[in-house]
Design a protein around this ligand. Sequence first.
Ligand SMILES: [Ca+2]
Length: 441
Amino acid sequence: MKQLISLLSLMLIVGWGSDSEAANHASPNIVLIFIDDMGYADIGPFGNTDVKTPNLDRFATEGMKFTNFYATPVCSMSRACLMTGCYNARVSVPGVLFPRDNVGLNPSEVTLAEIVKQKNYATCAIGKWHLGHHPEFLPLRQGFDRYFGLPYSNDMLAGRNGMPPLPLYDNDKVIETEPDQSQLTKRYTEKAIEFIRQNQNSPFFVYLPHTMIHFPLAASASFLGKSKMGLIGDTIEEIDWSVGQIMGTLKELNLDDNTLVVFTSDNGPARREAPPFRGNKGTIFEGGVREPCMMRWPGKIPAGTTCHEIAGNIDMLPTFAKLVGATLPKDRILDGRDITSLMYDPKSGPVRDTHLYYSGLKLGAIRQGKWKYFPSSAAGNAGNNKTKETKAALYDLSTDLGESNNVAEANPDVVMKLEQEFKTRREEIEANKRPVGRHAD
Ligand SMILES: [Ca+2]
């Protein structure tokens, strides 16, 4: 009898063990939709009234908007931040990589995909990579099981400055060159949905970095000429359609409640403004680096809420690690922070109050709380000539989103403090930066 009771107890313990195993298995799926060159004011939830974005509008009512969410001025550096949880200068990835370049994100970096791989997530990257086009830098070597898309920007086309034909990859094979760009949003969407269907029974991570709305713009026949904003509006509306398709698939497969969807962009808008901000793509004014961002996870992220705290793409890696129960690498410094507290309660208080604005590998400005400071020593790092600062500038972002009223002279103590903080942070990253990956041929 005693033995039987022991056996029963053992079975119970084993049974409980299995239950907690099942609970672990229920870690959320993650879908990260990353748009190219979409500015803050390009979609309905962030104030655009000319373009129709019903799916993104609904996303906002069902999830959380982030109004102080930072990326960087241009493509490659932004993806380096997103993939590593570090400022791009820490991992030595410059602004934009070109087909002639022999560098890429160092394979020794731990990427978002490698983080979730600790928990056996199925992982795919569908779309524009732009962290090195040599085989050792491509997604299949950086933690992704599946890759479909372009290795760099869609304007790096055959014959332009001696560039080779633009390749379209399916895993590690080039299946087409110079693909019809009007079909890319649709094709990426289909591939992402195919991956979700195939992996609906295991936790998955879908990284969907669209090629649009980067120039040259192209939309499929169903969207071409349909928006009130011209071709740029057509591409935005097609992106909105794509988001609707993804959300519809999650709903259909009953994965809605167990999937975190993040929607954001890599940098500010090209060749247009980003109201209410100053500057656009290529600059470190808010218009160049502050991005529309929304997160949706029914039952976990409160619906229809807005978070005004500082956050950014560098925070995604530690945040995803927390959500899936993965361990962060301990042998290196990360710059991002776990922002799950903000996702559960947008008023829970700041996770980090400081943000650094890199322009390429140069630090150009610093934000602490409401203050944003451009030291005179960094003048010119802000971006193009039209919009760069020529002397030290201090802006109060709580009242001056357009960075038009330099209050440096009136606030010498703030200037002195931020001048020191700028130097300390720049020196720390310089002293602890890690090398870019170099392709040997
Ligand atoms: Ca971009």
